[in-house]
Ligand binder design. Structure first.
Ligand SMILES: [Ca+2]
Ligand SMILES: [Ca+2]
Ligand SMILES: [Ca+2]
Length: 150
């Protein structure tokens, strides 16, 4: 009986160790509850990827530097891809990625064009494509588009 109890204890301890020591695949990090893994690019992205939301813990995110190519919202918690800025969709929980004052100073990313309103970036190939992409219609300005065709 003692032997069986000892054996059972060993099995339970081993099972616990295994749970605590599990490793996540390369590029992934462990959730604080030790029950899941999340991709490192999903850390502080504003969406819960851990059942316990530990990948979005505000205290942790405030200390976290966003990965290259992404930007920290004004709340200093959430990271969004850089090209999500000033494109008219709200991506930061605090709307700061579409803040007009920030967008005026913002240089649009590669292959993007700034509308005449100076606060919106559109994909370069949306310029003069017959659809209004800029809220002010400046990407379809006949003068500019005709010039380009010539
Ligand atoms: Ca996340
Ligand atoms: Ca946006
Ligand atoms: Ca257009």
């Amino acid at each position: 009986m003692t032997k069986i109890l000892f054996f059972l204890t060993v099995v339970v301890v081993l099972a616990q160790c295994e749970e605590e020591n599990y490793t996540c695949p390369s590029g992934f990090e462990k959730c604080a509850d030790n029950l899941g893994c999340f991709h490192k690019f999903k850390k502080c992205n504003g969406h819960n990827d851990c059942a316990d939301s530990s990948d979005e813990d505000p205290d942790m995110c405030r200390e976290y530097t966003c990965p290259p190519g992404s930007w920290k919202c004004a709340d200093n918690v959430q990271c969004v891809p850089d090209y999500y800025r000033c494109e008219r969709d709200i991506d930061c929980a605090d709307n700061s990625d579409e803040d007009p004052e920030m967008c005026i100073d913002y240089t649009c990313p590669y292959e993007h064009w700034k509308c005449a309103n100076n606060v919106q970036c559109i994909w370069l190939y949306s310029k003069c494509d017959g659809d209004n992409d800029c809220t002010d219609g400046s990407d379809e300005d006949p003068e500019m588009c005709n010039q380009r065709d010539k």
